[in-house]
Design a protein around this ligand. Structure first.
Ligand code: NAD
Ligand code: HBR
Length: 253
């Protein structure tokens, strides 16, 4: 499928995990892709495997508004337009609420919540011209609470409701806004969790499909939401969670 030929896509957090898989997916489907990450190293390695005529690499911190605004400007200057903004970059933190220092709280909120808002805001004028769309990477952690993840839950909850609010404000301007809500996915972010075999067993018990998600499975849903196949879909936070959110929380027998 080449659903994105002639389209320009920005993916933040493209240096690893779901962002990398998403950038590769859009590129494989014909898009010009701007790969953005706060870490430069991996970006160059990934970019070398993509078509140089349709690839741009930018180092930027999404939590600094001028930084992501400069990325959007560079994308439009290089490729002449912007069709899809994927706000995927994020960080995770865990701990009891009274252990979360101001700095830890601000780090999670600034990357995971501020960063998504700044990315959306910077993209709006360009997406209005192309009737483009936004896809945010939220999490199942944005649709309910987790044990020991209060800051992350707060930030991801903000992304979920921001997605809805932006869909209302931008619909008549021709811009669709959606998010994906993955559950435990095999990436660098969850490396420690995945090394804990007892924890993984507990997750598998709660996931109806009985396994952890792979980054490419999230990338596929992001690509669907960004495509014309989803032309009447806006304001949704789509679970990519193997069925976790189908449960009311009671254990299996
Ligand atoms: P990852 O750590 O593999 O990749 C995240 C990327 O974002 C990294 O390359 C990192 O350098 C980059 N990044 C971090 N802070 C940044 C900043 N300030 N500016 C620019 N780039 C920055 O993690 P992942 O699991 O692929 O996470 C992608 C998104 O998916 C995140 O928003 C995360 O919260 C969300 N998510 C992850 C899981 C999971 O289980 N892995 C589940 C649900 C949602
Ligand atoms: C565990 C999962 O909900 C996450 C890191 O978002």
């Amino acid at each position: 499928m080449k659903r994105f030929e002639g389209k320009v896509v920005i993916v933040t957090g493209a240096g690893a995990g779901m962002g990398e898989a998403t950038a590769r997916r859009f590129s494989a489907e014909g898009a010009a892709v701007v790969l953005v990450d706060v870490e430069e190293g991996r970006l160059q390695v990934i970019a070398r495997e993509l078509d140089p005529a349709r690839t741009l690499v930018r180092t930027a911190d999404v939590s600094v508004s001028q930084s992501i605004e400069a990325v959007v400007a560079a994308a439009v200057e290089t490729f002449g337009r912007l069709d899809v903004m994927v706000n995927n970059a994020g960080v995770h933190d865990a701990g009891q609420p009274d252990e979360i220092t101001d700095e830890r709280w601000r780090r999670v909120m600034s990357v995971d919540a501020d960063g998504v808002f700044y990315g959306c805001r910077a993209a709006i004028p360009h997406l209005e011209k192309t009737k483009g769309c936004i896809v945010n990477n939220a999490s199942v952690s944005g649709t309910g609470g987790d044990w020991g993840m209060s800051a992350y839950n707060a930030a991801k909850g903000a992304v979920v409701n921001l997605t809805r609010a932006l869909a209302l404000d931008l619909g008549k301007r021709g811009i669709r806004v959606n998010s994906v809500c993955p559950s435990l996915t095999r990436t660098a972010m969850t490396e420690e969790m995945l090394e804990n075999k007892a924890l993984v067993a507990k997750f598998r018990e709660r996931i109806p499909l009985g396994r952890v998600c792979e980054p490419e499975e999230v990338a596929a849903v992001i690509a669907f939401l960004a495509s014309d196949d989803a032309s009447f879909v806006t304001g949704t936070n789509i679970a990519v969670d193997g069925g976790v959110s189908a449960s009311n929380g009671q254990p299996s027998g």
